[in-house]
Design a protein around this ligand. Structure first.
Ligand code: ADP
Length: 168
């Protein structure tokens, strides 16, 4: 049986998608025939944007990449990867901050299913300090996030915080 990977999965909460995520998606889409962006529907983190909105924003961001699809999932990432036929999990690594958590998760996933490999892509230099939570923090207080996210994402966050006041 061939072990060459043709399908990869990029899982995350994408709450919301940032240019850092988009950079990883575009680069991973060049490496694999198919890339599935898998959006956690119900993480313990209590998402700011509902899953349907997060998916809509990702779909708009990847519309120019024909081999990228976006799917919601719940439960174990590794199970969803297996069920979707993905042989590889892609994760992004920012300097220092992500390493320990990502290392733990990849070891856990490896022990759950040794046939699915996790690969890490270094965050682009300009995205090293970009995170969904920082973007939300700035948006919540009316700051400019246009350099970090698409106009559609900026609008969605503005609408959210206009409705929710200072709720998370
Ligand atoms: P999770 O809740 O699973 O951490 P995120 O949506 O925060 O989901 O992130 C998904 C993946 O994207 C993670 O591997 C994370 O390290 C990576 N990531 C987040 N922000 C960036 C960025 N600015 N540049 C590159 N990768 C990033």
């Amino acid at each position: 049986m061939s072990t060459r990977a043709t399908c990869a999965m990029y899982p995350g909460s994408f709450d919301p998608i940032t240019h850092g995520h988009q950079d990883i998606i575009a680069r991973a889409a060049q490496l694999f025939e198919q890339l599935i962006v898998a959006v956690v529907t119900n993480p313990n983190k209590k998402p700011t944007l509902p899953v349907a909105k997060r998916i809509e924003l990702i779909e708009a961001s990847v519309a120019h990449l024909p081999n990228v699809s976006v799917k919601p999932f719940d439960g174990l990432t590794i199970e969803f990867a297996k069920a979707s036929g993905a042989q590889v999990l892609v994760r992004g690594l920012r300097a220092v901050s992500d390493f320990e958590y990502e290392f733990k998760m990849s070891q856990m996933n490896k022990s759950l299913d040794g046939t699915i490999e996790t690969i890490f892509m270094m965050a682009g230099l300009e995205y090293q300090f970009l995170s969904s939570s920082v973007v939300k923090e700035v948006a919540r207080y009316g700051g400019s996030i246009e350099k970090a996210v698409t106009p559609e994402v900026a609008d969605a966050l503005k609408a959210h915080y206009a409705m929710a006041g200072t709720l998370p």
